[in-house]
Design a binder for this molecule. Structure first.
Ligand code: OAD
Length: 235
């Protein structure tokens, strides 16, 4: 019997930093030249959908080139070599967990390679451009596509399943997230109060650290593979 049966890993922008992607709250963060109210809110999208589409089309071109780093690959190794249910709940809209070959991935903030039709709800999967003239392949209506990114003011995706996983996990890892954006910032609390062991991986202490049993400081590309090696060896 392995030590853990149900492992949940919450990932944030920090896990993709070593793949060359800027984190949100760093000085050269993704929103630096774009006010968050313009590119990541429902009102911003209603005000100027063409501008918001252009922002995500450009970001898509950057994200499509990025490659997974040892932290993403370590999670895939864990899924392949540790006999437990292992779920990755990511706040990241990049697709580096998929590129690393991971499975059971829950994109609670959406994903860059998807757009959703606001008329019929159909998801369009594409790494190509989407704009105000894109026609929904399902309902054939033009101009109703929205990047499938959860804007401030919108509900997170997959939350019923994620909530169930958090309440039943026995090990919760948080990797590269500042823990300031709710509700994801409260996931550690749910896991801990339901009996999970909790470990945080970050460069530095975060403001949201009360419910973590352990903190492992350093770059996730080094700390996470070492931790996972140990888990697999001592399972
Ligand atoms: P942040 O930019 O807020 O935080 C990134 C965290 O990663 C920081 O705490 C860094 O210290 C840490 N970090 C950076 N490099 C690291 C490395 N190599 N190894 C380990 N840790 C590292 O990003 P998130 O917490 O992901 O929402 O931000 C949460 C949400 O804020 C995002 O998903 C985004 C934004 O609103 C949407 O896009 C919907």
């Amino acid at each position: 019997m392995p030590q853990y049966q149900n492992i949940v890993i919450l990932t944030g922008a920090g896990i993709s930093a070593e793949s060359g992607l800027a984190t949100f709250r760093s000085s050269n963060g993704l929103w630096n030249n774009h006010p968050v109210e313009d590119v990541a809110t429902v009102e911003g999208f209603q005000r100027n959908p063409a501008y918001v589409h252009a922002f995500y089309n450009e970001l898509k071109q950057e994200l499509v080139k990025a490659q997974p780093n040892p932290a993403h690959l370590a999670l895939t190794r864990l899924q392949n070599e540790y006999p437990a249910r292992i779920s990755i709940v990511t706040q990241n809209v990049d697709t580096l967990h998929e590129k690393a070959g991971s499975r059971n991935i829950y994109h609670i903030h959406g994903q860059i390679n998807q757009a959703v039709c606001q008329n019929c709800g159909q998801i369009l999967e594409t790494f190509g451009d989407v704009d105000t003239e894109t026609v929904c392949p399902h309902c054939q209506i033009m101009g109703m596509m929205k990047p499938n990114i959860v804007f401030f003011g919108e509900n997170l995706l997959c939350m019923d399943e994620v909530d169930r996983l958090l309440r039943t996990c026995d090990l919760f890892l948080s990797v590269g997230t500042s823990g300031v954006v709710f509700p994801a910032a409260a996931f550690v609390q749910i896991a801990k109060l339901n009996g999970a062991e909790t470990v945080e991986f970050n460069l530095e202490p975060t403001s949201n650290n009360y419910y973590f049993d352990r903190h492992i400081f350093g770059k996730a590309g080094s700390t996470l593979p070492a931790f996972i090696d140990d888990l697999i060896t001592n399972r």
